[in-house]
Design a protein around this ligand. Structure first.
Ligand code: FE
Ligand code: CA
Length: 505
């Protein structure tokens, strides 16, 4: 078991322990960095994973990893320390749940094994549940294909002042694709646990990704590429046998848990991992983290989808029984929103929620079947729940589409004058290639509720939340192929409390 321990008041006395098993640790056993996440008002999860000297020679046995957390960056005012077991069965990852912390304040932490220390990470607890909070700041990001660019955006994100980073999926990519690669995966599509572990280790070797983790707590959800492109529940377009695919999914989910700052309570059981969750940030916001991959109905009109991936005449798409969240999560979400009591509701989720139909030459609309447009009845249900919440202001943050968007989420997308229920922002992709501005124009033209779109750009979104307004800035790097790239803010939007919808600032 991963031990939860908390000892206060012992000062800075901190002795590294001896490993309990011989194994070839890397010279820097913390070469994958440190991370924190799952921030509550009194607790946080600290993460690291021990690195083997050779990726082909995984560590064996159990290591005792020391950890310490303090109120200052020099780790002198220690508020907790202990030892956690890094076990082979969990890839020698370490997930320490520290509780007894004070709300809304930064802490610094570090790990050590065999006399070698990790980098020092900084984290931040959530404000107290009833605290009056004037301002919250989040970065939201998705889609960091390793081969298609460097993580300059993440370096800039590390330098921001944030309550948390919201990562909305495609943390790794299982496949190589795209053009003009700046670096290589070097291995093929992972399907086994050790292959997924090595893919995460490759991504996490990036210093800018490590910096963003070491600077802020992360709240994470996933999309498809953590497992397999465009998968839905127990099927992927490339793995049509559910029995076979669920084995891949189990390996992928385990590697995901091992590499994210998630608590032991979220450890996967076989091919299942409950990732959806809620967070409270004082009186200002409740944040709902959604999983729209694990439980969704299979893609509608599968044969058509695999041909050109857009759905035109597909009656199955409209089937009211099709689900995106699954029955259990849907009930959880409806219940949570009915009882929501923050000033704002925030939704962190993976795929574009606004309808984005492309008008074909024959006057018919074509829809991308893998996002919410493949599940319009489920989307309607979700937006009805949002509209009925006692909290009238909801901001949705989304990923997946590798472009920046600001959208009005309509009660009825076919009726431009219908009520705007919530406001959605997609914070581009960190590196993954997507829509050109040229391809994006017809979508903007054919869908008036898509209020802004930006392609050919990479970066992330920044949300500054106050009682009276939510301000969203799109941050884009000058050159995704340059690890030292600068960053700019090409667009900024305001959502006024009490009046959902996009306003250009
Ligand atoms: Fe992606
Ligand atoms: Ca995706």
């Amino acid at each position: 078991m991963l031990r939860r321990s908390f000892v206060a008041g012992l000062g800075a006395l901190w002795l590294p322990s001896l490993a309990r098993a011989e194994a070839p640790l890397a010279d820097n056993p913390f070469g994958l960095g440190v991370a924190s996440g799952h921030p509550r008002s009194d607790s946080v999860v600290l993460w690291t994973r021990l690195l083997a000297a050779e990726p082909t020679q995984p560590l064996t046995g159990t290591y005792a990893v020391d950890w310490v957390i303090a109120e200052d960056e020099r780790l002198t005012r220690v508020v907790g320390h202990g030892q956690a077991a890094a076990e082979a069965r969990w890839g020698h990852s370490v997930h320490v749940e520290v509780d007894g912390l004070k709300p809304g304040r930064p802490y610094w932490y570090r790990f050590a094994v065999n006399g070698k220390g990790s980098a020092i990470g900084r984290t931040l607890t959530a404000p107290g549940p009833d605290e009056r909070v004037p301002l919250l700041k989040f970065a939201f990001a998705s889609c960091q294909q390793y081969e298609q660019g460097y993580y300059a955006a993440l370096r800039h994100m590390a330098g921001e002042e944030l309550n948390a980073v919201l990562f909305l999926g495609d943390y790794i990519y299982e496949i190589s694709w795209g053009r003009n690669h700046v670096r290589r995966h070097g291995t093929g599509r992972p399907t086994l646990l050790f292959e997924f572990r090595n893919r995460y280790a490759l991504y996490k070797s990036d210093p800018d990704l490590q910096a963003a983790h070491a600077a802020h707590p992360w709240i994470v959800t996933w999309d498809d590429h953590e497992v397999a492109n465009d998968y839905a529940d127990d099927l992927s377009p490339n793995d049509l046998d559910p029995g076979q695919f669920l084995k891949i999914r189990a390996a992928a989910y385990q590697a995901y848990w091992e590499h994210m700052p998630l608590p032991a309570s979220m450890q996967p059981k076989g091919p299942s991992l409950r990732l959806y969750d809620r967070y409270r940030f004082g009186d200002l916001a409740e944040l709902f983290v959604i999983d729209d991959r694990q439980y969704r109905s299979h893609n509608a009109c599968h044969a058509e989808l695999t041909r050109d991936r857009m759905l035109v005449d597909c009656a199955e798409r409209l089937d009211p029984s099709r689900t995106m969240l699954g029955a259990e999560q849907e009930t959880w979400f409806a219940d949570a929103l009915k009882r929501a009591s923050g000033r704002w509701n925030l939704l962190a989720q993976q795929t574009l929620m606004a309808e984005a139909g492309r008008l074909n030459k024959d006057g018919k609309r074509a829809f991308w079947g893998d996002g919410w447009d493949g599940y319009p009845a489920a989307r309607q249900k979700l937006l009805d729940v949002v509209a009925a919440s006692p909290v009238k202001d909801t901001v949705v943050m989304s990923g997946d589409v590798h472009s920046f968007w600001a959208t009005d989420l309509k009660q009825d997308f076919a009726m431009p004058k219908s009520r705007t229920v919530a406001t959605e922002f997609v914070g581009g992709s960190v590196t993954s290639q997507g829509f050109s501005n040229k391809r994006l124009q017809p979508l903007l033209h054919d869908n008036p509720h898509l209020r802004y779109g930006l392609g050919d750009a990479y970066g992330y979104g920044h949300l500054a939340l106050e009682a009276k307004a939510a301000t969203v800035s799109f941050r884009t790097v000058d050159d995704v192929r340059n690890p030292k790239s600068g960053i700019a803010t090409p667009a900024r939007f305001v959502v006024e409390a009490g009046s959902p919808g996009v306003n250009r600032a």
